[in-house]
Design a protein around this ligand. Structure first.
Ligand code: HEC
Ligand code: HEC
Length: 394
């Protein structure tokens, strides 16, 4: 479909065809990759090599947890795209949600499936303090950073005046270093990016290297499937929240069923957080970063909405969705194909209709989604940073 029309159009020079030019501009809108990465103005440690190193060390530090056994890495496992293969995550207690991958997390505006945090650094404080996740405390974190010799040495290299910080200031420093490290987790270029750039350059030979099934899947993605209405831009996410018609309930054996409030609860939390961008720890209080949280309004329709995830690097991060209910991508596509209209009708997105995809179309969409993933070297770079840190401060 797309490929044949595009090749035909390119060879005949008939660029004026509006349908084709719309398809081309939609395709181009999913790039270029990688995007330009500016430092995070709310985080004075963003992009600083010493902070990135400290962040890598803290990411694997189980002493940040109450039982000394859980680190960020326990759930965000490098070999699984910085997520984990379980449906629902488990820290000190079982959680209601799936662990998201962390590749390209810096490109998000809200963090967590419900956007309960508005910065990458605040999203590092949440798991440390959450009783269900690591169960740590402000005081225990500060004590560890002051009293452990190698950690105190790394902290001094990040901020020579760290000794003057109070406990909360030290926790925030740790979180900002964790964020600086996670900002380096960017996924590499994919076959889709090569195709997209070849299209931009009208390089037909390079375009033809992208498998025909992926090209048909792309046409579905930006066309009849309407996927690109929400999965927009180079990171395939509009950064906002939608209801895709998954079941509302969380159930555990022997317990009453609960509803996950999704974005509705996330808005309550982000507004109440002392670590949001309206608070004293934002390093750029007058800047633009705090505008979204300043203007966020809680609406009834936010019930059961979850953040639109990126689709890059998906192959490593199964299972899928906020509740981990889809074991593989075929099941995700099956969900969009057979949407429960009664459930969606109640509260969900009007643009979502059951797509009733054929087997061939499902295969094409799968080929397209697979073309957004390639293996990356972030796990090796993480280990290298940790070794460096160990040789600098013992
Ligand atoms: C017990 C497992 C667990 C641990 C430990 C954990 N996380 Fe997470 N992480 C999760 C889950 C689950 C979510 C989704 C939270 C939600 O939506 O409520 C998440 C979300 C995130 C997000 C938001 C990602 C996005 O795309 O929205 C970031 C960033 C993050 N974690 C970083 C960290 C850091 C840094 C640490 C260590 C300080 C950490 N996590 C520890 C399970 C964990
Ligand atoms: C109305 C907005 C919207 C549309 C349209 C949409 N999605 Fe989604 N997508 C979402 C949201 C929101 C989630 C997360 C849902 C959740 O977990 O509750 C999601 C999740 C996913 C996931 C799981 C990713 C992960 O890491 O768990 C995949 C894959 C996906 N969508 C692909 C598609 C495809 C393919 C289409 C078109 C057939 C599509 N989406 C259409 C909003 C949308």
């Amino acid at each position: 479909m797309l490929v044949f029309t595009l090749l035909l159009t390119l060879s005949s020079g008939a660029w004026a065809d509006t349908d084709v030019s719309a398809q081309i501009s939609r395709t181009l809108s999913h790039g270029p990759w990688p995007p330009a990465a500016a430092p995070d103005p709310s985080n004075r440690l963003s992009g600083k090599p010493e902070a990135i190193r400290l962040g890598a060390v803290l990411f694997g530090e189980p002493r940040l947890s109450a039982n000394g056994g859980i680190s960020c890495q326990s759930c965000h496992q490098p070999q699984h795209g910085w997520s984990e293969p379980k449906a629902r995550s488990e820290g000190l207690h079982r959680l209601d949600r799936n662990t998201p991958g962390l590749l390209n997390a810096r490109l998000q505006r809200w963090f967590g499936w419900d956007g309960a945090n508005d910065s990458l650094w605040a999203a590092a404080i949440r798991p440390i303090l959450a009783a269900t996740e690591m169960g740590g405390s402000v005081a225990a974190t500060a004590r560890l950073l002051r009293e452990d010799r190698p950690l105190a040495c790394l902290v001094r290299r990040v901020d020579p005046a760290a000794a003057t910080l109070d406990d909360e200031g030290l926790l925030v420093l740790a979180a900002k270093a964790l964020a600086a490290f996670q900002e380096t987790l960017i996924s590499p270029r994919t076959p889709f990016d090569d195709y997209r750039d070849a299209l931009a350059a009208s390089d037909r030979a390079a375009m033809a290297r992208y498998p025909a099934s992926a090209q048909r899947g792309l046409a579905l993605f930006i066309g009849r499937g309407q996927c690109a209405t929400c999965h927009t831009g180079a990171n395939f996410s509009n950064g906002e929240f939608h209801d895709t018609g998954l079941p509302f309930f969380v159930s555990d054996p022997g317990q009453p069923r609960r509803v996950d409030p999704g974005r509705h609860g996330g808005i309550t939390q982000v507004l109440a957080s002392p670590f949001n961008l309206l608070g004293r720890h934002n390093d750029d209080p007058a800047g633009a970063a705090a505008i979204p949280v300043r203007h966020v309004v809680q609406l009834h329709r936010n019930w059961g909405e979850f953040k639109v995830p990126s689709l890059r690097g998906l192959m490593a991060t199964a299972p899928y969705m906020h509740d981990g209910s889809k074991p593989d991508l075929r099941h995700v596509i099956g969900h969009y194909s057979d949407l429960d209209e009664d459930r969606l009708h109640a509260d969900g997105e009007a643009i979502l209709k059951p797509l009733r995809l054929s087997d061939a179309e499902t295969g094409d969409l799968l080929a397209f989604l697979e073309s957004l993933s390639v293996p990356d070297d972030t796990a090796q770079r993480y280990e290298a940073l940790r070794h460096q840190a160990a040789s600098i401060c013992r």
